[in-house]
Design a protein around this ligand. Structure first.
Ligand code: ZN
Length: 151
């Protein structure tokens, strides 16, 4: 379990113990459930998108490991106030950061906040935990209700 100790940095622990936006907003306009059977993470992401395509509220419910919970907490914080396009773009850049060594461009951007999760790139199983909430967010925006890391 050394890999976990290495990944469970303070920021991750804080977010997983006190997740932000962990609730079910009654006025959500779309939602999607993300399932990562390899780890047992199950997260439902709720989004409220206005007429202009801006995500005005983002929240989640579910259970999972510290990585997935922390990632969901950070994701909901970050996409709030963004347009759908900007939210998807951030997901793409985060995914890249989790799967490649090219993290140089994160400095000074909002990706920097997510950098704490980028250690998962050395553990492919954990990449699925970190990206699950983002997959669910993206699925919700696309009008899908479910997404799984195993297809
Ligand atoms: Zn997990």
């Amino acid at each position: 379990m050394d890999e976990l100790r290495e990944l469970y940095q303070e920021v991750i622990l804080d977010h997983s113990r006190n997740p932000r936006n962990c609730r079910h907003p009654g006025d959500a306009t779309c939602q999607a459930r993300g399932d990562n059977p390899l780890c047992g993470d199950q997260i439902t992401v709720y989004l409220k998108v206005d007429d202009q395509g801006v995500v005005t509220d983002a929240a989640f419910e579910g259970r999972g490991c510290a990585i997935s919970m922390a990632s969901a907490s950070m994701m909901t914080d970050l996409v709030k106030g963004k347009t759908e396009a900007a939210a998807k773009d951030l997901f793409e850049r985060f995914h890249q950061m989790c799967t490649t060594d090219d993290a140089a461009s994160a400095e000074g951007t909002e990706l920097e906040k997510l950098q704490v999760l980028s250690g998962v790139r050395d553990y492919p199983m954990r990449v699925k935990c970190a990206t699950l909430p983002w997959h669910a967010m993206s699925a919700a925006l696309a009008g899908e209700e479910e997404v799984t890391t195993e297809k």
